[in-house]
Design a protein around this ligand. Structure first.
Ligand code: ATP
Ligand code: MG
Length: 313
């Protein structure tokens, strides 16, 4: 949406429109669902003006209607399934990683998040019969942990051409959280001309964790992260792509659920990710994945391995 369109809302002049755009309110829906208090802070306007702007945005936004269950069932037929590389892990997820949704991989250091990311990038470029999405893949790398050499190893182990595989993987290094969000915009642009069916953000939260420190910064951090996640969902919708994000947490999962302010992401990530997978180390190269949140699969666990060949049974 352009600044002119925002300016059409009653009570919004050029200065307010610019402040809203700068703060990331670049579509009517984002304004429509905001609270007057937050909007008045962001745009430096009175609460009642903010209330009127929100009301007008609600009327102007395309909220859409309801669909029947059968219409939705028909739509779900277009959802792709991306193999993790291990059968048991796929079964845990009901067949694999779904397109159109966000899947969160969380776990402590060395639990295999980045290794799975590499495997998924490779798999996404494979045909559907081979468990892929028959497209290209993209990663926003925030920890400088993407290794092209690792992609080659994994591709070779599956008799794929390593160079061709690398050609189908787009890598963006994010230097800070702001840059990370800009790369998500860039991804949307690239997605218009390239069949990108997987977008990985590894790690979703590390920059946010480093930059927004302390309780005082929590609200702003969550708001920014929320905006970022909605951009990713938008990418998923437009490209029928799978979104996979990683998140590091302390070793104790109870601590994670008990105190949402501790690990970054907290409630917002929990509510936006459709599938949440908790990863932990087991003996040697064994790892355990536990599905902790899914709309259609029971909770359960799967054991897989991280090997030179990638993710295996
Ligand atoms: P962090 O939170 O620090 O980013 P992570 O969950 O991303 O951790 P990974 O980098 O995915 O962790 O896992 C690292 C582990 O993967 C190593 O400890 C090693 O066991 C295994 N690993 C990495 N590379 C290889 C390889 N080439 N062959 C076999 N195993 C490997
Ligand atoms: Mg990692």
């Amino acid at each position: 949406m352009s600044a002119e369109e925002i300016e059409k809302l009653p009570g919004v002049g050029p200065a307010t429109a610019e402040k809203l755009m700068d703060a990331g309110y670049n579509d009517l829906m984002a304004i429509a669902v905001e609270s007057p208090r937050v909007l008045s802070d962001v745009a430096e306007i009175g609460d009642s003006t903010a209330g009127k702007i929100i009301q007008a945005a609600k009327e102007a936004a395309d909220i859409g209607g309801f669909e029947t269950g059968s219409e939705l069932l028909e739509k779900r037929k277009s959802i792709g399934m991306l193999s993790t590389g291990a059968e048991s892990f796929n079964d845990l997820l009901g067949g694999g990683i779904e397109t159109g949704s966000i899947t969160e991989l969380f776990g402590e250091f060395g639990s295999g998040k980045t290794q799975i990311a590499h495997q998924l990038l490779v798999n996404a470029t494979r045909t559907e019969e081979e468990g892929g999405l028959d497209g290209q893949a993209m990663i926003i790398d925030t920890e400088n942990s993407f290794r092209p050499g690792r992609v080659c190893e994994i591709a070779e182990a599956r008799d794929m051409d390593p160079e061709e595989t690398l050609d189908n993987i787009h890598v963006g290094r994010a230097f800070n959280s702001h840059h990370q969000m800009l790369l998500a915009d860039r991804a949307l642009d690239l997605g218009k001309d390239n069949p990108i069916r997987l977008l990985v953000v590894d790690s979703l939260t590390s920059h946010f964790r480093a930059e927004y420190v302390g309780r005082g910064a929590l609200a702003e951090r969550q708001q920014t992260l929320n905006k970022h996640l909605h951009k990713l969902l938008n990418f998923a919708d437009r490209n029928n792509a799978a979104i996979v994000v990683t998140n590091q947490v302390t070793a104790n999962p109870d601590q994670f659920f008990g105190d949402p302010t501790k690990p970054i992401g907290g409630h917002i990530l929990g509510h936006t990710a459709t599938f949440r997978v908790y990863l932990r180390k087991s003996k040697g190269d064994k790892r355990i994945a536990r599905l902790v949140d899914s709309p259609n699969m029971p909770e359960g666990e799967a054991v897989f391995k991280v090997e030179e060949a990638g993710i295996t049974e």
